[in-house]
Design a protein around this ligand. Structure first.
Ligand code: G3P
Length: 215
């Protein structure tokens, strides 16, 4: 499973890249709004740090505006993937952009029917938001199971990108289901390596060895 980081913060991206397990980045307008550097400038910087796919989102909600913005974003770097909202106008834009060779990420996906449509339109990635489904008393991970099954049934090449991840078990469950990618905040990425028994065991190994040397 590929690991993407879900942030527009350059320091977090650099730190995640240094861990050696980072395959790409996802951003969105809310994440961009937290940073002081203008979005497109920031995207150019991020693309220099991470050679893998970097998702950048359009703000337009009608076809012509989405196409214009998507082309501008795609011109920033070769590894830009354009995030398009999963609405009717977005579906048309995904189809056209795919035909023009621009990679797309269908965002704000909350149902298997949306996932089926964006795959048929040729999206490179589908982004189901599992944490936001959990927030409304629904099993977000069940949507991942459904999408993975549907895509497998028809050999769709659209990659399942698990988004709105809130904790390490979301990552583990996504991997068990066989999702292609999980994008996660820096806090979740950092927690994946942690285990208290590792820390306790390490401390004991070192103290046992030191005691033996002293004795
Ligand atoms: O980038 C899209 C998604 O991962 C947002 O997550 O935590 O705002 O629901 P969240």
């Amino acid at each position: 499973m590929k690991f993407f980081i879900d942030t527009a913060n350059l320091e977090q991206i650099k730190s995640a890249a240094a861990m050696g397990v980072l395959d790409g980045v996802t951003t969105n307008p809310s994440l961009a709004a937290k940073e002081t550097t203008p979005y497109r400038e920031l995207l150019a910087e991020i693309c220099k740090v991470v050679p893998g796919p970097v998702s950048a989102e359009v703000l337009a909600t009608e076809y012509d505006g989405m196409m214009k913005e998507a082309k501008e974003l795609a011109a920033i770097a070769d590894n830009i993937v354009v995030k398009i909202p999963t609405i009717l106008e977005g579906l048309k834009a995904i189809k056209s952009l795919t035909e023009e060779g621009i990679h797309t990420n269908a965002t704000l996906v909350f149902s298997p029917s949306q996932a089926l449509l964006v795959a048929k339109a040729g999206a490179s990635y589908v982004s189901p938001f599992i944490g936001r489904l959990d927030d409304v008393s629904t099993h977000g991970m069940e949507l991942i199971e459904q999408i993975v099954t549907i895509y497998h049934n028809y050999s769709f090449t659209t990659e399942v990108l698990v988004a709105s991840v809130r904790h390490p078990m979301h990552v583990v469950e996504a991997a068990l289901i066989g999702a292609d990618v999980t994008t996660m905040p820096y806090s979740v990425l950092s927690k994946l390596i942690k285990h208290q028994l590792t820390d306790i065991g390490l401390e004991k190994f070192i103290s046992d060895f030191k005691k033996a040397q002293q004795g």
